[in-house]
Design a protein around this ligand. Sequence first.
Ligand code: ADE
Length: 228
Amino acid sequence: MRVTILSLFPEMFSGVFKESILKRAIQKDIIKVDIVNFRDFSTDKHKHVDDYAFGGGPGMLLSVEPIVKALQSIEGFETAWKILLTPQGTTFHQNTAKEYTKKDHIILICGHYEGFDERVRYFIDEEVSIGDYVLTGGEIAAMAIIDSVVRLLPDALGKKESFENDSFYDGTLECPQYTRPQEFMGYTVPEVLLSGNHQEIEKWRKEQALNRTKERRPDLLSKTDKKD
Ligand code: ADE
């Protein structure tokens, strides 16, 4: 899968792609990441990419031209899935991550400042938010999206990792999990997990996942038919 990021702050990504699963996914050619700084496409002699809003008002807006020129410079941009990151977009969910795994190439456009010239929206496929809060820019949203998509790609997770038991994978939260020691400061591991009875363990895990979801995120259950 190709991932292209449009950002004014490419350095912000240097950490995430150098560690752990994303690093390995790049090394194994599961993803190919390119970062394009759209400041390079400014026609302004001072390399400005923002300007005052017509009609007045505080703050600066990102201009349409450098963003569109940067998009057009990307090989295959016409068929790539172009995602604009803003708090006004549709909320990103695990299902959105699953959908993105089917794409050959996604382009993530990270804004900064007060927002975009509205006309940027004519050149994108989807506008996405990672939640109802405002970040200083789209970079952290792009990192969250890339991370959640890449771990779902075939072979991105090693043998010891898996996403089948993840929260949200089947519409419920993950069940409680335990590792050694069997007892810590009086807190013990549920007997059933030590029983070796795989059927019982599976049943317990399903029940726990369901109870936890009922308690913490009943809204998830109303979207599936797992209520009882
Ligand atoms: N840019 C600023 N806030 C954002 C959010 N919540 N989601 C995606 N992009 C953003």
